[in-house]
Write a protein that binds this ligand. Sequence first.
Ligand SMILES: Nc1ncnc2c1ncn2[C@@H]1O[C@H](COP(=O)(O)OP(=O)(O)OP(=O)(O)O)[C@@H](O)[C@H]1O
Ligand SMILES: Nc1ncnc2c1ncn2[C@@H]1O[C@H](COP(=O)(O)OP(=O)(O)OP(=O)(O)O)[C@@H](O)[C@H]1O
Lengths: 232, 232
Amino acid sequence: SKQFAVIGLGRFGFEVALWLSQHHFQTLAIDVNRNLVQEISKDVDNAMCFDSTNESALRDARIDEIDTVICAIGDHHVQNNILTTALLKQFGVPRIVARASTDLHARILKIVGANEVVNPEKEMGMRTAQKVATPGLTELIPLSDNAAIAELKVPESFIGKNIYDLRIRSRYGINVIGIRRLKENLADEIDKDDKESRNFILSFSPEDIFEKDDVFVVAGKETDVKKFASIK
Amino acid sequence: SKQFAVIGLGRFGFEVALWLSQHHFQTLAIDVNRNLVQEISKDVDNAMCFDSTNESALRDARIDEIDTVICAIGDHHVQNNILTTALLKQFGVPRIVARASTDLHARILKIVGANEVVNPEKEMGMRTAQKVATPGLTELIPLSDNAAIAELKVPESFIGKNIYDLRIRSRYGINVIGIRRLKENLADEIDKDDKESRNFILSFSPEDIFEKDDVFVVAGKETDVKKFASIK
Ligand SMILES: Nc1ncnc2c1ncn2[C@@H]1O[C@H](COP(=O)(O)OP(=O)(O)OP(=O)(O)O)[C@@H](O)[C@H]1O
Ligand SMILES: Nc1ncnc2c1ncn2[C@@H]1O[C@H](COP(=O)(O)OP(=O)(O)OP(=O)(O)O)[C@@H](O)[C@H]1O
């Protein structure tokens, strides 16, 4: 079974190590800061305190037996992050995922041996901008330059009808992936916009009838999704 | 037309302001650090240098005329981030998206008036962990507790066949939304994992044949997606 290690327990790395542990993956969490190692030790199988640029410390930790190492050292220690990545490559770790702070840093990491690079702030910056930029949509997840997953309120005129009657795909170019429907017996003061108040119905069939307050989850070209969002 | 402002031009905020500007949204970028304001000024319509906890500076910047303000101040200035959010609420900004460093910080931000909260490092930590934990999976976007959009390499055994022959929906419970196919005539050293090297085909029909290196974009229950990811 696969073994994981996370080096660098800043907010990003800590979350990676925590998620892997909570999902029952064998995880080794490493940081040079003893407090962070202490903090995570009750939640992961194995937590060690050492400097990952120290080759013999890496060897003692048997990093060469780990399948996937996530180097999550952040932008306050860019040189440690690059050197650690290079050492992991030397040790023959099969999959190295390294965190980059800039595009240039990402290119350097790939050169020294990272298999994949992730820039959390940049990726979330883009996703956040995309989400705030599209009104009337409660969620917009771009799939490409012009296609997206979107969540939209079902228009009044669709209530009581189904996907088949409305010929949604052929008329609007939209693929309905699922429906978020309000749970039964909700208290009056419940927030209808909170996803927790809804069940997600993935297996919504073309014959199922839309109800008041339903929210569709759809996929389509962004222009088609936006046209669709303006139907009354 | 909507107006946006981004306060705090760290790597997250800078990216939000840049993306909005590149997509032709009227964007005002603000930071107390003159170098960052200088750096972004060639790429946004409007960039101002001031302390966002200063009420009269916010008033002079006419923040009350802005539709959406993203408070992207980070974990080195948590109190500035909370106070700024509270001031934006007082000024009556209709939509305030604030960055949180911890769950407690997120709750405080909602109390002082943030409409939405985003924790970039935590969200990317989860996504990165999910991605490394599922082999063959290049992306996982949760839709609910147990349904997700996922991107997976097309298995060897599917090449040369189509959705209809393989009866993907009835056999695996998976809805294929689209295909990311490598562009024609790519240079040899191009990174095949980079989305830029691929075209996204939303209108992939049940009769279209899968090719080597294709990546599917699918929707399904997370357990079904993970089973599907392990097909050879
Ligand atoms: N050589 C090293 N060996 C082990 N851990 C290290 C090393 N260098 C830095 N770290 C650890 O990496 C962690 C994250 O790095 P850093 O502080 O640069 O990022 P950050 O931007 O604060 O992180 P985040 O944004 O995830 O909160 C820190 O806890 C730090 O102690
Ligand atoms: N009161 C303030 N008014 C305007 N800008 C501020 C204020 N306080 C902090 N900032 C700016 O917010 C930006 C981001 O904040 P901070 O340095 O705390 O985050 P960071 O963790 O380094 O950011 P990132 O992770 O996005 O790179 C900084 O550029 C800082 O100058």
